[in-house]
Design a protein around this ligand. Structure first.
Ligand code: ATP
Ligand code: MG
Length: 564
C-alpha cells in the first residue's frame, strides 16, 4: 500500500464519491503499480486553448494535487506544419491564468526527438520496425478495413541491417518527402486497424519552431506520445475518448521500447457546450474568415476569450467540477457556465449603476445648481465591500424602459402620477414628459420628496418600483458590448453545406451609455455588477480612458437551476 504518498487533501475528498479516473488511480496505488502520481497536459501548439482544454488542464492538475503528485505542461510539437510560437505563448499564459502550476516543468516533445529516434532504432534492432517504400495511398489500400484484414507490405521482411541503413539514410536526408516511412511491425490481421503496422516515422522537410532544420524525419503522434509520457515518468496519461482505440498501440510502444514502470492511458469524454463553437478547427475558421475579432473575441470560448469577457479561473473551476468526468460524450448547457460566473461574482463585485439606454429625468423641485453625494453600499449581500459616494443632482439619466406614458397593468415604474424609489436616493413622482416631433420621449419630469432620503425610513411610505439612475452632471460616457450565442443550437449549429449557422445578433455595440463616475478608475479585466443590467468587465483590448468599453459577461437572470 502506498497510502503514505497521498496528500492530506486526498482524505478530505473521500466524502464525495470518486469518479472513475480517481478510482483507477486509487487501485494502481493500492496494487503498487505506481508509488506516485504524475500527470501532464499535452497541447499541440496549433491554436488557442478552449473551454474543453480548460477541463483537461484542471482535471490533470487537480489529480496531481489531490494525490500529492506533479503536473507537467508539455507541448506536443511533433508536427511542424501548423505549430507557431504565438500559440506556445498563449497556451502557457492560459495554463498559468487557470492556476495550474507546472512549476519548472515546462517541456517540449521536440526536445525528445533524439530519444525517439533511439527508440525507433531499438525497434528495428528487435525486428519490430521496418522501412517501407509503399506510397501513402498504397499503405492505406494494404491496411484493409473493419471487415477485411490488411495485406503485408512487400518491404515487411527487410533485414535488420538493411532497415538500419535505410532509416539512417532517411534521417540524413537521402529521400524525398513521402518516399519512405518507418513502420511498426505488429499485425496486419489485427481487428484493431491501428495495430496494422502503423507508420511511426515519415520524411518531411519542414522547418520546426523549436528544432529549426535539424530534422527531416518526424515521429507520428501514436509513436511519439507514449515515449514523451514515459520519458517524463508520467503515470496516468489522461486523454479524450477518440484515443481509446489507440491504447493497444500506446501500450505496445512503451512495452517494446522497454520503458520501466511505463505510463498507462485513461480516456474520458470531451466536453462540448451548447450554443458555442468548441473545437479548434471551427474557431480557427471564424478567426481566419474575420467573423470574429481574433482568438480572444468574447463570443468565443477560448480561454483567452473567456478571460477577456470577464470569466474568472474560479468560475471555470466551478464549472468543470459541476460537469464532472464522464466516459460518454455529451453536451453541457451553456447556461451552466453562466450560472458559475454569476455565483462567483455575486458576493465579490460592487453593484454599480449604469444606464444603457438613457433618457433624461428632471426633478423639477430639486434646487437648480445643487448637487449632493449619497453614500451607497457596494453590495448589500456583502458588507465587507463597504460603501461609495455617488453624486446626485436635479438631472439624471434613467433607462428608457423605466418610463411609460401609458403603462400596461403591473408596470410599477415611472408613469404620470406614479411614485417610485430612485435606488439609494429619494422617492420621486412622475409628472409627465416631453417628446420630439416623432413622438419619442426626450425628457421625463418628476418631483421628489426630500423626506424620503434613503435610510430615513422613507417618510413612512412604500412604493412598488425601484429604478436605477446616473446623475447627468458627473456621468461617464461608455460603450457597452452585449453578446448572444454565436450559433443558435435550436436552429442547428451547422448549415446543410457544413458551414456554421451564425447568429447575426451575437454582438450588439451600445454607444453612449452612462455610468457612475467611480467607474472612471476601472482598468482592464475589472468587473462589476451593473444593477439590473448584468455583470460587466472592462475590455482589455479596446477600452481607453477616452472611450471606455465594457463587455457584458452575463445578464442577471438565469433559466438554469442547480440542485444542491
Ligand atoms: P480540438 O479538438 O479542439 O482541435 P485537440 O484535441 O486537437 O483539440 P490538443 O492540443 O491536441 O487539442 O489537445 C490537448 C489536450 O486537450 C488533449 O489531451 C485533449 O484530449 C484535450 N482536449 C481537447 N479538447 C477537449 C475537450 N473538448 N474536452 C476535454 N479535453 C479536451
Ligand atoms: Mg489535436
Amino acid at each position: 500500500m502506498e497510502e503514505k504518498n497521498l496528500a492530506p487533501e486526498a482524505e478530505e475528498k473521500e466524502v464525495v464519491s470518486k469518479h472513475f479516473i480517481e478510482q483507477e488511480i486509487d487501485k494502481d496505488l493500492a496494487e503498487g503499480v505506481y508509488n506516485h502520481v504524475q500527470t501532464r497536459f499535452p497541447p499541440e501548439p496549433n491554436g488557442y486553448l478552449h473551454i474543453g482544454h480548460a477541463k483537461s488542464i484542471l482535471l490533470n492538475y487537480g489529480l496531481a494535487r489531490q494525490y500529492g503528485g506533479k503536473f507537467n505542461l508539455r507541448f506536443d510539437d511533433t508536427n511542424p506544419t501548423k505549430e507557431k510560437t504565438e500559440f506556445v505563448e498563449s497556451i502557457t499564459a492560459d495554463v498559468k491564468w487557470l492556476g495550474a502550476d507546472f512549476e519548472e516543468r515546462l517541456f517540449f516533445a521536440s526536445n525528445y526527438f533524439e530519444e525517439m529516434y533511439e527508440c525507433a532504432v531499438k525497434l528495428i534492432k528487435k525486428g519490430k520496425a521496418y522501412v517501407c517504400d509503399l506510397s501513402a495511398e498504397e499503405i492505406r489500400e494494404y491496411r484493409g478495413d473493419f471487415t477485411n484484414p490488411g495485406k503485408e507490405s512487400p518491404y515487411r521482411n527487410r533485414s535488420v541491417e538493411e532497415n538500419l541503413t535505410l532509416f539512417e539514410e532517411m534521417r540524413a536526408g537521402k529521400y524525398q518527402d513521402g518516399e519512405k516511412v518507418l513502420r511498426a511491425k505488429i499485425d496486419m490481421a489485427s481487428p484493431n486497424i491501428n495495430m496494422r503496422d502503423p507508420v511511426i516515422y515519415r520524411v518531411a522537410r519542414m522547418e520546426h519552431h523549436n528544432t529549426g532544420n535539424k530534422w527531416c524525419i518526424y515521429p507520428m503522434y501514436d509513436f511519439a506520445h507514449p515515449i514523451e509520457d514515459a520519458i517524463e515518468h508520467i503515470t496516468h496519461s489522461i486523454c479524450t475518448l477518440e484515443f481509446e482505440d489507440h491504447r493497444p498501440l500506446y501500450d505496445w510502444v512503451v512495452k517494446e521500447c522497454e520503458f520501466e514502470n511505463p505510463p498507462r492511458q485513461i480516456e474520458f469524454a470531451k466536453l462540448y457546450l451548447t450554443n458555442v463553437v468548441t473545437g479548434k478547427r471551427y474557431i480557427k475558421k471564424l478567426v481566419e474568415d474575420g467573423i470574429v475579432d481574433g482568438w480572444d473575441d468574447p463570443r468565443l470560448v477560448t480561454i483567452a476569450a473567456l478571460r477577456r469577457r470577464g470569466y474568472t479561473p474560479e468560475s471555470l473551476k466551478m464549472f468543470v467540477d459541476l460537469v464532472g468526468v464522464a466516459k460518454a460524450n455529451s453536451s453541457v448547457d451553456y447556461a451552466m457556465l453562466e450560472y458559475c460566473i454569476r455565483e462567483d461574482l455575486k458576493l465579490k463585485k460592487a453593484r454599480m449603476m449604469a444606464v444603457l439606454d438613457p433618457v433624461k429625468l428632471i426633478i423639477d423641485n430639486y434646487p437648480e445648481g445643487q448637487t449632493e453625494e449619497l453614500s451607497i453600499p457596494n453590495n448589500l449581500e456583502n458588507e465587507a465591500l463597504g460603501e461609495r459616494l455617488v453624486p446626485f443632482g436635479r438631472e439624471l439619466y434613467i433607462e428608457r424602459e423605466d418610463f411609460m406614458e401609458e403603462p400596461p397593468r403591473k408596470y410599477f415604474r415611472l408613469f404620470p402620477g406614479n411614485e417610485v424609489r430612485l435606488m439609494g436616493a429619494y422617492f420621486v413622482t412622475c409628472t409627465g414628459c416631453e417628446k420630439d416631433e416623432n413622438g419619442n420621449v426626450t425628457v421625463v419630469h418628476c418631483t421628489y420628496d426630500p423626506e424620503t432620503k434613503s435610510g430615513s425610513g422613507f417618510n413612512g411610505r412604500k412604493v412598488k418600483g425601484t429604478i436605477h439612475w446616473v446623475a447627468a452632471h458627473s456621468a461617464e460616457k461608455v460603450e457597452c458590448r452585449l453578446y448572444e450565442n454565436i450559433v443558435d443550437e435550436e436552429k442547428g449549429k451547422l448549415n446543410a453545406d457544413g458551414t456554421l449557422n451564425l447568429n447575426p445578433n451575437s454582438l450588439t455595440v451600445v454607444k453612449d451609455c452612462y455610468v457612475e463616475p467611480a467607474l472612471k478608475a476601472a482598468r482592464a479585466y475589472d468587473s462589476f455588477q451593473f444593477m439590473r443590467n448584468g455583470y460587466f468587465c472592462v475590455d482589455c483590448k479596446d477600452s481607453t480612458p477616452e472611450n471606455p468599453v465594457f463587455n457584458r459577461i452575463v445578464s442577471l437572470k438565469s433559466s438554469f437551476k442547480i440542485n444542491k
